[in-house]
Every structure is written in structure tokens, then in C-alpha cells.
Design a protein around this ligand. Structure first.
Ligand code: GDP
Length: 138
């Protein structure tokens, strides 16, 4: 059993895609064991994306992620880290497979609807960044 962090990014929430993303998790047998809507300030977004500090898009990405509410979730299941990333599709929507969230809805490499942890180590850091143990129903 694995856990992973999913975020519906500010563009996804603003475009009314929250229900659509949740439906894709539920219809793929992914269990949601925690969920909340948050609005990050710039420092909180910078802390979350600290691994990307040296990337050229860091300031644009953190401004975007702090531009409005996000929906954060902890997902649980077998291979759920890879499974979630499969449902999300490639970072660049133009390279994402047909039927993935990013291919179906994204129109921008940065504003790409969803975030998903990419390894057990990042999943552990990222779930702990937003949720304490009392908020996870698992
Ligand atoms: P992910 O794991 O698929 O989300 O991709 P990464 O970890 O490589 O990047 C994190 C996030 O940074 C992506 O989801 C995008 O929102 C953003 N991002 C990645 N590459 C670029 C880029 O080349 N330009 C811009 N502006 N944003 C990017």
C-alpha cells in the first residue's frame, strides 16, 4: 500500500475541474483518505517546491501556485504514486497520452491542472507538508 499527495492546482479549481479530477480517482479505484482546500501564500508555495529552486520557472510556478485556492488530497492504494501519475499524464500536455487529465484539460506547461508526488520520498514530504495524522482517515 502506498500513499501520495495530489493537488488540483489553482487553474483546475478556477476552471471547475475539481469534480472531474476526483471522479477520475474514484472510478480508478483510488481511495481518497484526506482532502482539503487551501490557499498558499508565496512562501508556502516556495517551501513546497523547494526542490525546484534552481529551475528557471521557479518564481513563475510559485506565483501561480499561490494565486488562488488549490484542493489537496492524500490518495492511497497499490502503486498509487505511479497510478496517479499515469492518470495525470506528462508534465507537458502536448506529450501527455490520450485520456489523461493533462491531455484532456491543460493548455499550458505550467498551468497543468494537477500535481502528483513522483516518489515515495516526495510523497512522504508532500503529504506531511499539508496534512497531520489526525486529518488522514486511513
Ligand atoms: P510534474 O512532476 O509533472 O508536475 O513536473 P515537474 O516536477 O518537472 O515540474 C513541476 C511543475 O513545474 C510542473 O507541473 C509545471 O507546473 C511546472 N513546470 C515544469 N516544467 C516547466 C517549464 O518548462 N516551464 C514552466 N513555466 N513551468 C514548468
Amino acid at each position: 500500500m502506498e500513499r501520495t499527495l495530489s493537488i488540483i492546482k489553482p487553474d483546475g479549481v478556477a476552471r471547475g475541474l475539481t469534480g472531474e479530477v476526483i471522479k477520475r480517482f474514484e472510478s480508478n479505484n483510488i481511495k481518497i483518505i484526506a482532502m482539503k482546500m487551501i490557499s498558499m501564500n508565496l512562501a508556502q508555495a516556495e517551501g513546497f517546491y523547494a526542490v525546484h529552486k534552481k529551475r528557471p520557472f521557479f518564481s513563475s510556478l510559485t506565483e501561480f501556485m499561490s494565486s488562488g485556492p488549490c484542493v489537496t488530497m492524500v490518495l492511497e492504494g497499490e502503486n498509487v504514486i505511479a497510478k496517479n501519475r499515469e492518470l495525470m499524464g506528462a508534465t507537458d500536455y502536448r506529450e501527455a497520452k490520450e485520456g489523461t487529465i493533462r491531455r484532456d484539460f491543460a493548455t499550458d506547461i505550467e498551468k497543468n491542472i494537477v500535481h502528483g508526488s513522483d516518489s515515495p520520498e516526495s510523497a512522504s514530504f508532500e503529504t506531511g507538508y499539508f496534512f497531520n495524522s489526525f486529518e488522514i482517515v486511513g
